[in-house]
Design a protein around this ligand. Structure first.
Ligand code: GN1
Ligand code: MG
Length: 351
């Protein structure tokens, strides 16, 4: 079924191997071996990304910019079709793009050591830093209001009115807990009117599997640029906290395993600061801890909203999947908040 797609990219080898790859919830990804080389093929989820060409546009823009200004950065440029386009579209199959698989590179699904957290944070920090002179207005918005917490909160309130009544009733405890943390939304409203919070080129999906490492565990580069858009640094740093602090992921059903590891927190701050220290304003530096609350709270809300709306967005493998994911993220939020006094001062304590 993918044959015509592979052919469009010039992969005609009859011995090619195609296997499902990675664990993303939105796009479908395959690893392809053909013509003696390895590639990553991805089909864009068109329900989530209404304008897949905008993704291709942004990636090409950034590729050109880095080539001209930072030629040593190992940016993974997409492979073009015979027609010269980096996005292939077929009415039957949808939108696809192909990347070379970087030889000798490794991706990880879980952060095992503070050193890995440091490397990843440095990679995302470096990426934003290298692009800080690129005019952000040139970038297209691939998902409007993606990390707009005010909007996410409104969508949650709408789900409470129009969602699945039975699910709403069964979720009372989680709903009340989310509402009780609405001060996190108020802080976001304040940030939006604060000129010392800068819009920068932001990755918006900084989980560990979006960093490539070499065999010595050094970060090589970041991947998955679908949600590359103007944004606040709290999105990137916050999503690292959401996904690196705990030894278990959002999928864990045994909430007693959820933890906030202080040494991993410090590693994220150090790694990101190493690159971005000179770019961040003082106000931003004081919002590191808030970044974690912001992203974990938003993800808890997105999972619960989707559960109340009968799982229209996130793939649910069992009926209460999104309910459990939301509960998991709320526990993580509470564990983070419990360490507020200890962690909020970390940037000053480190330098
Ligand atoms: C989605 O598909 P994936 O795993 O890269 C989502 C992120 C969430 C994440 C939660 C476009 O990312 O925002 O943090 O699931 N991406 C989109 O697992 O909604
Ligand atoms: Mg992604």
């Amino acid at each position: 079924m993918l044959e015509s797609v592979l052919q469009a990219f010039g992969l005609t080898d009859e011995f090619q191997k195609v296997e499902t790859f990675g664990s993303g919830l939105i796009n479908h990804t395959w690893k392809v071996t053909a013509n003696g080389r390895e590639y990553i093929l991805q089909r864009i989820n068109q329900i989530v990304f209404n304008d897949p060409e905008a993704i291709a546009f942004n990636i090409n823009l950034v590729a050109e910019y880095l080539k001209a200004n930072h030629p040593n950065y190992s940016f993974i440029a997409p492979v073009a079709t015979a027609g010269g386009s980096t996005m292939y579209y077929s009415r039957k199959e949808g939108f696809f793009r192909l990347f070379p698989f970087v030889k000798g590179s490794f991706s990880k699904d879980v952060v095992q050591t503070p050193g890995q957290a440091f490397e990843a944070a440095a990679q995302f920090g470096q990426f934003t830093k290298l692009l800080c002179k690129l005019d952000i207005h040139q970038l297209k918005i691939t998902i409007p209001a993606f990390h707009d917490l005010t909007l996410r909160y409104r969508q949650f309130l709408t789900a409470l009115e129009n969602g699945n009544q039975q699910r709403i009733q069964e979720s009372t405890e989680l709903i009340d807990k989310l509402v009780a943390h609405a001060d996190i939304v108020e802080e976001y409203n304040r940030i939006q009117t604060d000129a010392s919070f800068k819009l920068r080129v932001t990755h918006h999906d900084t989980k560990i599997s979006n960093v490539l490492f070499d065999a010595q565990e050094k970060g090589l580069c970041v991947i998955d640029l679908d949600t590359l858009m103007p944004g606040y640094f709290i999105s990137d740093v916050g999503d690292m906290m959401r996904t690196y602090l705990s030894p278990v992921s959002e999928e864990e059903q045994d909430f007693s395993k959820i933890e906030v590891r202080v040494d991993f927190y410090k590693a994220i701050v150090r790694g990101y600061f190493n690159e971005m220290n000179g770019e961040l304003t003082e106000t931003e530096k004081h919002s590191f801890f808030y970044a974690g609350k912001f992203m974990i709270y938003m993800q808890a809300m997105r999972f619960l909203t989707d559960y109340l709306n009968d799982d229209v967005y996130y793939d649910a493998k069992y009926p209460a999947h999104n309910f459990t994911r939301a509960g998991n993220q709320l526990v993580l939020l509470e564990k983070l908040i419990a360490k507020e006094e200890e962690l909020a001062l970390v940037p000053e304590g480190l330098f």
